[in-house]
Design a protein around this ligand. Structure first.
Ligand code: SF4
Length: 709
């Protein structure tokens, strides 16, 4: 008789913020065939190399399958869930009793599902009484959050992916979308081919995204604000500002324009500071001026900067001043890195947000406290990621729970982070993998977490679209969803009633209800229409964009069409940025600037993508890329090895000599790790310098030296 196979399960890709729909067809042997979901509105069936190789990453060889606890002999040994959860709950309670609620912290991840994020955030901010909940999303899009809040009064992504289909000019700033958001990039290229859209890429490097562009502006590191200040001046001087829009819907033009003139008074000054050819700048300015439908996409090249928030606002200023926002085919557009960085923002998974996009004002604290019936609300912002690990290093944080992230590789000064973790009285790690650099730092308790394909809940992509991640494989060993582990610990800490969750659907309903609680459309994030979903309806939920307000049409998904913003006076704010400057300039000892980033076929610290031989074949070794002139000056040849040194660390990488690399810059990918920094852990080299508004670290311009080994 023919073998009966279960039907394909609709789920969402585990990797980037594009949020592509996936059809997973289990093979009955622990694997699954993966194809793109033709009905998902983010990708219409397309998948990139990483998404299409997801089926190669499902093996259990490297998985953590049972709880583990460090014994009196310092060795990790298998234990029961009951013992592990008691250890975590008692350990956190003891530290809080001795040192207060701000002596404990959670460090979360954009890989978590919204339901995991929600329960962890609720426990820490409503019941422990601290806001020390931050996430690796701090490294990804915190500057975009801060820029949105300064300009719009809320962390609102104005547009949708459909705007990329309708735009006539698409500007990519600090974004190698061809590698980092590939399916969205294919959509941009489809617009170019079908409608003739023009593409401008602003990036110090000649990346893969430059191959299909019409104009590449190789801006000097850190000088994006100069370029967009010059653009604002040019728009004003050529009478291209939308005076009626500015008058009716904005404030701050005068101050922003005065500052823009100080920064970049004309094209010649803009060219001198950015290092870009003046004729190319003039061409970009003319294109922007003449094109009504402009979308400016930006990503980590903008966000991961000591002046990232100002860069975001310099971009938004140009859209607000021309009224190019809230209408089809136009607007600033933040391309989120992780699959659920947006969901983390929604629940308040950042230390400076409370919940459901609310901040720490007294009204919001009271509202959320009443909704949660919380006994111990946090009353002020907590520590952001880099500060959080500095506080651990100083001994101020004594208990930490890390979920689904590997900060001993990914944070700036990763060696110091790894040492700081060893100082904790209690380090709890919820993980899929049996070992990584963070686990090796000395966890006291390891909790086996459900992985992609096993866990069930929701994620939100870059266009505010909530999609279901559905399980299509059984939970292996004793793995459990993260929301379950947190709820179990909360119950053991005496908060049982508020954490008596039995399903992801129940958590989601509560999250949706909180988003609409005493809201009436006054806040941007509202998915109250989803608060009454039955378990069956939650399971069948189609991708849906927020706002999803009760009684409002679901098609009403572009923000700011009416010119109303979420500031107290309803007006958008143009922001005067600080004078652009590198936090630390190159010196004779460190004459180059280290820029870190991703490669096409790997993800984060490779715990999943590294399992696929196909993905590993693209760029199999850690490397540093540099310009031929810099290579010649250092006596380096393509294929040789070099030691990269900064004031924070050193590592040895294979050399790739490329004319696409800007003179004076080094590019090294973030993915590889190892027992010592002398291998390829480039996070160890990065300075712990952060943006003053967002707390996002600078990952693009650490002074560095290179030498042959
Ligand atoms: Fe997955 Fe992003 Fe690729 Fe889509 S573009 S398949 S979400 S990695």
């Amino acid at each position: 008789a023919p073998t009966q196979h279960p039907p394909a399960v609709r789920t969402t890709c585990a990797y980037c913020g594009v949020g592509c729909g996936v059809l997973a067809k289990p093979d009955g042997r622990g694997g699954a065939a993966i194809t793109g979901d033709p009905e998902h509105p983010a990708n219409f069936g397309r998948l990139c190399s990483k998404g299409s190789a997801l089926g190669e990453t499902l093996a259990l060889d490297t998985r953590l399958l049972h709880p583990m606890r460090r014994g009196a002999d310092s060795a990790m040994a298998r234990t029961s869930w009951d013992d592990a959860l008691d250890t975590v709950a008692n350990g956190f309670a003891d530290v809080i009793a001795k040192h207060g609620p701000d002596s404990v912290a959670f460090y979360l991840s954009g890989q978590l599902l919204t339901e995991d994020y929600y329960v962890a955030n609720k426990l820490m901010k409503g019941f422990v009484g601290s806001a020390n909940v931050d996430t690796n999303s701090r490294l990804c899009m915190a500057s975009s959050v801060a820029g949105h809040r300064r300009a719009f009064g809320s962390d609102t992504v104005p547009g949708t992916y459909a705007d990329l289909d309708q735009a006539d000019l698409i500007v990519l700033v600090g974004s190698n979308a061809a590698w980092c958001h590939p399916v969205l990039y294919q959509r941009i290229i489809a617009n170019k081919r079908a409608r003739g859209a023009t593409i401008v890429v602003i990036d110090p490097r000649r990346t893969a995204s430059v191959e299909d562009d019409d104009l590449h502006l190789p801006v000097a590191p850190g000088m994006d604000t100069v370029l967009f200040s010059g653009l604002l001046v040019h728009l004003a001087d050529t009478l291209a500002l939308d005076d009626a829009y500015l008058e009716a819907h904005t404030t701050g033009l005068t101050e922003a324009l005065v500052r823009a003139r100080e920064i970049a008074p004309d094209i010649a000054a803009t060219a001198a500071m950015t290092g870009v050819d003046a004729a190319d700048i003039a061409r970009f300015f003319a294109l922007f001026r003449a094109t009504e439908r402009v979308v400016t996409c930006y990503s980590q090249g903008v966000n991961q900067s000591a002046q990232g928030t100002d860069k975001v606002n310099a971009i938004i200023n140009c859209h607000l001043s021309t009224g190019r926002i809230g209408r089809p085919g136009m607007g600033p557009f933040s391309l989120t890195g992780q699959p659920n960085a947006m969901g983390g923002r929604e629940v308040g998974g950042l230390a400076n947000q409370l919940a459901a996009h609310m901040g720490f004002d007294a009204e919001a604290i009271d509202r959320v406290g009443r909704f949660w019936r919380a006994p111990n609300m946090a009353r002020r912002e907590g520590l952001k990621a880099v500060q959080l690990f500095e506080a651990i290093d100083r001994g101020e944080i004594k208990a930490l729970w890390i979920m689904a992230t590997n900060p001993a590789v990914s944070l700036p000064r990763a060696d110091v982070v790894q040492e700081a973790l060893r100082k904790l009285d209690l380090l709890v790690i919820s993980e899929n993998v049996i070992s990584n650099d963070t686990v090796a730092a000395g966890a006291h308790v390891l909790l086996p977490a459900a992985a992609w394909g096993e866990k069930d809940g929701t994620v939100t992509n870059s266009e505010r679209r909530i999609s279901r991640q559905r399980a299509f494989l059984p939970l292996p060993g004793e793995a459990k969803p993260d929301w379950w582990s947190v709820a179990q610990v909360a119950q053991r800490m005496g908060f049982g009633d508020a954490f008596a969750y039995h399903s992801a659907a129940q958590v989601f309903r509560e999250h949706a209800a909180l988003s609409a609680f005493e809201n009436d459309g006054r806040r941007d994030f509202d998915i109250g229409a989803l608060a009454d979903l039955s378990d069956e309806a939650f399971n069948a939920l189609d991708p849906v964009q927020w706002p999803a307000r009760a009684g409002k049409p679901a098609t009403d998904t572009r923000f700011f069409a009416d010119g109303h913003f979420f500031t107290p006076d309803g007006r958008a704010r143009l922001i005067a940025p600080a004078m652009p400057a590198l936090h630390e300039a190159p010196s004779p000892a460190f004459p180059l600037l280290l820029n870190t980033g991703r490669v096409r076929d790997q993800w984060h610290t490779m715990t999943r993508s590294g399992l696929s031989p196909r993905l590993g074949a693209h760029l199999p070794e850690p490397f540093v890329e540099l310009h031929p002139d810099d290579a010649a000056a250092a006596g380096l040849k393509d294929g040789g090895f070099a030691r990269i040194t900064t004031t924070h660390g050193a590592c040895i990488l294979k050399v790739i000599v490329s004319a696409g690399q800007r003179r004076g810059s080094l590019f090294a990918p973030i993915h590889w790790s190892g027992e010592t920094a002398a291998t390829a852990r480039v996070g160890a080299l990065v300075a712990p310098v952060t943006d003053p508004f967002s707390g996002q670290p600078e990952a693009k311009a650490t002074p560095a030296a290179i030498a042959r080994v």
